[in-house]
Design a binder for this molecule. Sequence first.
Ligand code: ADP
Ligand code: MG
Length: 626
Amino acid sequence: MNKFDILGKYFGYTSFREGQEILIDNILSNRDVLGIMPTGAGKSLCYQVPALLMPGITLVISPLISLMKDQVQALNQAGIHAAYINSSLSESQISKALKLAAAGQYKIIYVAPERLETYEFMNFVMQVEISMVTVDEAHCISQWGQDFRPSYLKIVQFIKQLSKRPVITAFTATATENVKEDIICVLGLKDPYILITGFDRKNLYFAVETPKKKDAYVMNYINKHSTESGIIYCATRKNVDTLYDKLCSENIPVTKYHAGLTSEERRQNQEDFIYDKAPVMIATNAFGMGIDKSNVRYVVHYNMPQSMENYYQEAGRAGRDGERAECILLYSSQDVVINRFLLDNKEQRTEYTPEEMDAIRERDEERLKAMTYYCMTTNCLREYILKYFGEKGNSYCENCLNCLREFEEEDVTEAALRIIDCILEVRQRYGINVIAGMLAGDNRAKLREYGVFEYRSYGSLKDMNEVEIKQIINIMLLQEFLVQTRDKYALLKVTRKADEIAQGDTRVIFKKPKKSSDAEKETSKSKKASTKARRSDTLNSRGLELFEQLRELRTSIAREEGMPPYIIFSDKTLVDMCVKSPLDKGEMLKVSGVGENKFERYDERFLNVIWEYTGGVREKFYFGEL
Ligand code: ADP
Ligand code: MG
């Protein structure tokens, strides 16, 4: 067997994706590799395929129990002998697994880093040939990453104790230079072949929205996507709890996850989500590492995260199957305040010196700023993301809100001057809310308390509403005519650069989305484009009906076998099944994602559904030409 046979027979795919083949070839020639590829790129295959072609056993070190279980289930489904060793097993189960492993039962063994140094495990590895050690989620080894796991440092010791050095391979989606250096250095990779593939995820649609009522927005969104699975990320546990209660009371099948729940609750809720019993997960950023659920169709951020790194990682959990998915960030200026508060109250790590702490704080500030700019830019969002990660983007991706939306430009220099006046008049002692309220001439108690009516600037922009004024202030912050103090009050200050406006050297331009009648046109436009490449665009109505039937069958098989549905077949495979509508074994094997083993298990049941639906008559279930 060669790598292509394995790809087809076990995984049911006809071709490798970008980067996979070269990594596999290098591994097979016994060279260490480091694969840095975005989420969903297919990193697992890069070590699973060579693992089956190497003489001995491959150990895969992976940080999370759920991740291992998922991967091992998927491998077993594909007919590959694999097992995992971690603390979710009892001592006797571990002994049994290791005994079978020593007898050569498994080609691939997933193991938690904590297990490596145990006597039992060492004893086992001494009896067998270890061909490869793979470190998945390898960024966990770096103290620079947000997911640092001290136990990952044990890997090095472990490898040193092996009688023969195996090939060492490492994989991650984190591309920063620091992390890369750490991985190579700490793991002691020898002249590794390093592959970094593009970070663009073409199937993801990006949008930043600023709804007045986020709850209503979320509820509406979930209802519109009721047949789909998604994640809603919130900044705090409290936000998670409140939103969860609200959605529950509307009978929306949601579940939740945050560090305040017991580990049993977390396990259960995570499982409900993975098994599609509760298709919508509401969570803090504690949720998601090691969730390989491939059919997450949307990730909505209820609050702005602290950095683009966090955002892209979390949003990237959508659409791992390569099908279209949406990443929507709900922004409000309050989010900046929440995040600054969270940063200020971040746990002090004792291993850092005060200088290092300062450097970290500064870095966090910079990251937060870049994140905030993402929320405010009116240019292509994808381009912004790619640039941030050091890649070049197109200025027009056609698959983000900003590219699909029409803007109009307005010269707001006059308003900007009033804003500067106002800030100076109150001697730079107030934050954005007071300033905007004051300029709009608002009469709320808080403002009365500050005595703002006494000022000349009170009501000097009363033709505008507060939201508009805040938007202009934000533009001025973005362009650094204004800054906010870094304390929790976030007071507005005028910078030297603002002189340019006063002297008439610079004008302030506000690019805003078109309103009212245009808005309808715009939504239909963005709707049209945003459903592009969706299931409903590929499959015609007859095809969609067939898809639903196949999906029901998948759900019942999943229930029978106690497996997550996407491990049986991905959504993408089901769509391809509708497109090809196979009527016999040979045709079924041509469907992407149907390997021989899965075929033998399930082909009849799926073929039956197709036969029943079509009566054995050829029919076209998709639009256009393929
Ligand atoms: P990563 O670890 O890089 O985030 P995974 O290894 O979990 O990604 O793979 C993501 C999805 O891509 C899986 O559903 C996997 O089966 C699919 N996949 C991987 N390689 C291929 C391929 N060559 N052709 C089609 N699908 C693939
Ligand atoms: Mg992975």
